[in-house]
Design a protein around this ligand. Structure first.
Ligand code: ADP
Ligand code: MG
Length: 370
């Protein structure tokens, strides 16, 4: 095997490392007065990943992103970009692209001048600016809009200009803080697809902030769910959706049935003492919760014999939502389950008052300590 060549010029190696798009947060903490708003967050994000910080308002997403950007200096911990310690490097020394929700485009500059801004600041040549701006505008599908001003653009077009401005310098890493927050649903979806496409084409690392769980699920390679300045859970969309480790993550990422259970010797019992078997999780005490998503619960007419993960119930509400029926079903001990059933060909429809049996597979449920 060939030996790795020894680096003769360590500073050049360092420079090369800084040009990779990996992003690390090493036990980063930020306090404002007595409040700890980011509490020892660690992240290792490889180059080219679409990584999302998802969480409720006030959970510390923007503060985390601001520490990556250099607008906020952490009280503890380190920020590494391309493996280099950037904790104390000011924003313009970090070479990042940024799109912020309230980081509007400059009203006194036209589209081309807005997009050119990061290059103009760096003192790039006129020829380079012209070529790069044309390329960036083509990417966000705004060729021909060069001489317009913000007031002559729709919200979606302004957001595209902001996106073009973020990518014009070919950054390895782009930070986006709720970039689509102000757009309506259809336009959001459109822009989600476009951002994803551009990210993949350019191979950029994107650190994306949103409080919209659907947006996080569709766009991300991995999601970190934040709560009170900490990462509650982190993983690929499907994993965090299907295997939440806490009731917070379960209910933040969509609809969740979280129903009280208790331990009875070796058996876990749910409403009415029904025996339950879950493939994952465990009860840390004698009581806890069982988690199962509404689309994983089967609803069958009639009352079945007592078997694990089968519960008798009565339909409280049957809502027609087009492609699905959403049932609210009452079970024993005052428990209510929500069940989403696809309106496929020949699917049986239940009505309020019907006696039904709910069931689910052990592998679709999880026990949670709380
Ligand atoms: P998110 O983006 O998840 O909504 P933020 O990171 O903006 O959350 O804020 C997290 C917490 O930190 C909030 O309670 C917020 O009020 C507080 N906070 C953020 N910036 C400051 C600041 N400059 N001074 C004092 N408190 C701040
Ligand atoms: Mg925020």
């Amino acid at each position: 095997m060939a030996r790795e060549p020894r680096p003769r010029e360590p500073h050049l190696v360092a420079l090369a490392a800084a040009m990779s798009g990996s992003v690390d947060l090493d036990a980063v903490t930020k306090r404002y007065g007595s409040e700890t708003v980011v509490a020892g967050v660690s992240l290792v994000i490889p180059e080219g990943e679409f990584f999302t910080l998802l969480g409720p308002s006030g959970s510390g997403k923007t503060t985390t992103l601001s520490m990556l950007a250099g607008f906020v200096v952490p009280d503890e911990g380190r920020v590494l970009l391309g493996g280099q310690d950037m904790t104390r490097v000011p924003p313009r020394g970090r070479g990042l692209g940024m799109v912020f929700q309230n980081y509007a485009i400059f009203p006194h500059l036209n589209v081309a001048e807005n997009v050119a801004f990061p290059l103009t600041v760096k003192g790039a040549s006129k020829a380079e600016i012209k070529a790069r701006v044309a390329e960036a505008l083509a990417m966000v599908k705004l060729t021909g809009f060069e001489t317009r001003y913000a007031r002559q653009l729709s919200g979606g077009q302004q957001q595209r200009v902001a996106l073009a401005r973020a990518i014009v310098g070919h950054p390895k890493v782009v930070l986006m803080d709720e970039p689509l927050g102000a757009l309506d649903k259809n336009l959001r979806y459109h822009m989600q697809v476009e951002i994803k496409e551009i990210q993949q084409r350019l191979g950029m690392t994107v650190i994306y902030v949103t409080h919209d769980q659907e947006e996080a699920l569709t766009m991300s390679d991995r999601i970190a769910i934040m709560n009170h300045g900490r990462i509650a859970q982190m993983g690929p969309p499907r994993e965090v959706y299907e295997n939440p480790e806490s009731s917070f993550v379960a209910s933040f990422l969509g609809e969740a049935n979280l129903v009280k259970v208790r331990r009875d010797g070796e058996t876990v019992r749910g409403p009415g003492g029904a025996p339950l078997v879950a493939a994952r999780g465990a009860l840390s005490a004698n009581e806890g919760l069982v988690f199962v998503r509404p689309e994983k619960v089967k609803v069958a007419a009639g009352t079945a014999e007592l078997r694990p993960n089968h519960l008798p119930g009565q339909v409280l509400h049957a809502s027609f939502l087009g492609n699905i029926m959403r049932y609210a079903v009452s079970a024993a001990d005052g428990a209510t389950f929500f069940c989403d059933v696809a309106n496929g060909a020949g699917t049986e429809i239940h009505r309020a008052g019907d006696a039904v049996t709910l069931s689910w597979r052990a592998e679709d449920s999880r026990l949670l300590g709380s």
